[in-house]
Design a protein around this ligand. Structure first.
Ligand code: C5P
Length: 319
């Protein structure tokens, strides 16, 4: 058999704003969010298997193992391939080689990126002609952030996050991204949010909604207008679970970043900056604080928005 291969990539996401409603009967929370895809990508190389097996191997940029990812049937890329295989009545299998650049359990939807890239790669490999709506439906079943990983750019998210509508904006953003370990499990951050809200006098609007001035700021493309409007309802819980994050946010403020917030369910911290030189200057001041407060700290300068999941190459047939 030829070793037909397809390579796909998908971006990490951040939330410029994340409003979380009360716990729903199904265990999820309604969201109102502005998603943005950033230039930090995972890659999935899908290789055809003649047997009916879906297998996976996950490596870091240097080809080494990745802590916190198990190469088994829980891997979101495997679940993506399996659901596509069932939907398409495919008899062949696939081996997925996942190269992770996106930190794991970091509030950046890295697992969702792997699922989105695996969907595109396997669709191409197996010659399946799903239309966009079918693909987005499959993606939504895999996880709340997977449809956005397919869509990319800047978008509004509703429902549990799976309902994605593109948002037209000329806004280009630059961030200093501070990641640390261990990751935070998304369900635990939502549960902690519910706990901290119990007994609080603040009523949660249902459904949650985004303020008009935020949407106007995003549409305007003016980053300095956006800064004070960045918001994350999961941030208090993330700070409660990982108190050192507050030191990093404070250091970012003191170092003159435009604004800062926890990314999604954390523990990544995003500091909004004017450009790469500003990111370097802020990094100089924040690094010692972050290293003292957190473990395995990594700093990266990232940019948004970027395109969603896409194929990097087509089947070659014989390499
Ligand atoms: O959709 P996904 O599988 O990524 O969600 C993981 C977990 O995060 C859910 O099981 C739930 O506990 C929590 N979650 C939530 N509300 C959302 C999205 C996720 O409570 N809108």
């Amino acid at each position: 058999m030829g070793t037909q291969q397809v390579l796909a990539q998908a971006p990490a996401k951040i939330n410029l704003a994340l409003r979380v409603g009360p716990l729903r009967p199904d265990g999820y929370h309604d969201l109102a969010t502005v998603y943005q895809a950033i230039d930090l990508h995972d890659q999935v190389r899908a290789t055809l298997r003649s047997d009916p097996v879906v297998s996976v191997e996950t490596v870091d940029r240097a080809g080494g193992p990745v802590a916190g990812v198990s190469d088994d049937h829980h891997h979101l890329a495997v679940l993506a391939a399996q659901s596509l295989r069932a939907r398409g009545g495919v008899t062949a299998g696939v081996h997925l080689h996942v190269r992770k650049n996106i930190p794991v359990a970091a509030g950046l939807a890295g697992g969702s990126a792997d699922a989105a890239a695996a969907l595109l790669a396997c669709m191409e490999l197996w010659g399946l002609g799903l239309d966009r709506a079918e693909l987005l439906g499959l993606a939504a079943e895999l996880g709340s952030d997977v449809p956005f990983a397919l869509a990319g750019e800047t978008a509004l998210g509703a429902g549990r996050g799976e309902q994605v509508r593109p948002l037209t904006t000329g806004m280009a953003t630059t961030w200093l991204l501070i990641s640390s370990a261990p990751g935070l499990a998304t369900p635990s951050v939502y549960t902690q949010t519910d706990r901290m809200r119990e007994g609080s006098a603040v009523l949660q609007p249902q459904p949650p909604h985004l303020p008009d001035d935020l949407l106007a700021a995003v549409r305007s493309g003016e980053v300095t207008r956006l800064g004070p409007l960045l918001h994350n309802d999961l941030q208090p819980a993330a700070l409660h679970l990982r108190p050192g994050l507050a030191n990093v946010l404070a250091a970012g403020r003191a170092a003159g970043s435009i604004a800062g917030l926890v990314s999604g369910s954390g523990p990544s911290v995003l500091l909004l900056v004017a450009d790469d030189a500003h990111a370097d200057a802020v990094a100089g001041a924040v690094t010692p604080v972050a290293r003292a407060a957190l473990n395995d700290v990594q700093l990266r300068t990232v940019h948004g928005p970027v395109a969603g999941a896409r194929l990097v190459s087509r089947p070659s047939g014989s390499d």
